[in-house]
Design a protein around this ligand. Structure first.
Ligand SMILES: Cc1cc2nc3c(=O)[nH]c(=O)nc-3n(C[C@H](O)[C@H](O)[C@H](O)COP(=O)(O)OP(=O)(O)OC[C@H]3O[C@@H](n4cnc5c(N)ncnc54)[C@H](O)[C@@H]3O)c2cc1C
Length: 358
């Protein structure tokens, strides 16, 4: 039976979920097609929104604007889903080296936003080994990505706007002002398909830079006793973040060059050793996951419409920061679709007009 929708969204990771959400709020009829991949980037992410990163602890690109927008969008989504998947947290940043301690103190002296020193340096002595002390980063936010994506997916299925199936690119027919996919006709299709877009017939020239991340899921029963009321994220080279079912997420790697997308023995052994040298409590490894981040060479997202194939759009390239970038740019793209308002030039794919027009 022929079906007509305004917008077709490919992918229900964090990008597709927020685009669907903002389009629904704007009253735009749409359909999402997603084949459930348990190890997509969104489904294995720690879900951390950290306002300062890197060795020099600089505040990340657009962070104040992104945080304000994220808090609003996650709040609105929580109201729609009937549950909240965002919580405020802090990072306890154990300095791995004397240089990192100095970098933290330098940064604190220049610009103290988000950085603090503890009143009591012995606070975590019972649970962790840390010879160089620690600082704290706050506020940070933690998104329960698995919970959020599952709840959004359940609602989409109930409301009848999610098709659980593989989207076959070869079957998409593109016209001047509409697309056809089987019996389905839409005014536009937006690809929120993560790393699949790297090999897309429409966007292969975009400067994507796949980045692999591996993670261990660990059970550290004694850690709850150490944290009492707080439940921070811990960091010392790698991060240890609260995960589902009282477990911890330990990772991750950032690999620009890799031979396999699968979990590797090397990461497992290296991370297990790091944990043994850092955490004083007994722990067991419960799972080992890996995925590829849809990152970009210039570390800016890809948002907007193809200059030649006008009904074909993209929301992608969130790299290591999908949790904060996706809500912001999904809202911007939804507004662009409904009101024609501009997309930030440094995120708009129109900046690659020459590359995409070849
Ligand atoms: C180990 C790791 C840790 C991370 N930690 C964080 C973190 O703490 N904070 C943070 O902000 N970011 C983090 N990230 C980055 C974050 O996960 C990504 O930026 C974000 O998830 C990308 O979302 P996406 O929706 O673009 O893509 P994806 O999550 O890959 O979603 C794409 C969706 O498209 C679907 N799909 C693709 N092709 C097809 C097709 N042909 N047919 C049907 N469906 C299709 C897939 O099934 C999937 O559901 C982490 C990433 C990794 C790998």
């Amino acid at each position: 039976m022929a079906q007509q929708v305004d917008t077709l969204i490919i992918g229900q990771g964090i990008c597709g979920t927020f685009l669907s959400f903002h389009l629904e709020r704007a009253g735009v009829p749409h359909l999402v097609i997603d084949e459930l991949r348990p190890y997509s980037a969104s489904r294995i992410a720690a879900g951390l929104i950290n306002p300062v990163t890197g060795r020099r602890l600089v505040t990340t690109w657009m962070i104040d604007e992104l945080l304000a927008s994220a808090l609003e969008s996650y709040g609105q989504l929580a109201a729609m889903l009937g549950d909240s998947y965002l919580s405020e947290t802090s990072i306890t940043d154990f300095f791995p080296t004397a240089q990192m301690r100095l970098a933290f103190l330098d940064r604190l002296a220049q610009n103290g936003s988000y950085l603090n020193l503890p009143a009591d340096e012995t606070r975590w002595n019972a649970c962790f080994r840390y010879e160089m002390g620690f600082g704290t980063i706050r506020p940070c936010y933690l998104v329960d990505m698995q919970g959020l994506l599952a709840a959004a997916r359940k609602r989409m299925l109930e409301q009848g706007f999610l098709l659980e199936q593989r989207f076959e690119k070869e079957q998409l027919q593109i016209g001047t002002d509409q697309v056809r996919y089987g019996d389905l006709t839409a005014r536009r299709v937006i690809f929120c398909d993560g790393i699949e877009s790297f090999t897309s017939p429409w966007f292969p020239r975009l400067p994507f830079a796949p980045n692999k991340g591996e993670v261990l899921i660990v059970d550290i029963p004694g850690l709850k006793g150490c944290t009492t009321t707080e439940s921070p994220v811990f960091k010392k080279g790698i991060s240890l973040a609260p995960w589902r079912d009282g477990l911890y997420w330990a990772g991750s790697s950032y690999e620009w060059s890799f031979n396999t997308e699968a979990p590797t023995k090397m990461f497992r052994e290296k991370t297990e050793l790091l944990l043994k040298n850092w955490v004083k409590l007994p722990f067991t490894i419960v799972d080992h996951l890996a995925s590829v981040r849809p990152a970009t060479i210039e570390r800016r997202p890809f948002v907007g419409f193809h200059p030649l194939y006008r009904p074909v759009g993209i929301l992608n390239g969130m790299g290591t920061k999908g949790c904060s970038l996706a809500p912001y740019f999904a809202r911007q793209l939804a507004a662009h679709i409904t009101t024609g308002s501009p997309i930030r030039p440094d995120a708009d794919v129109q900046r690659f007009i020459k590359l995409l027009s070849r």
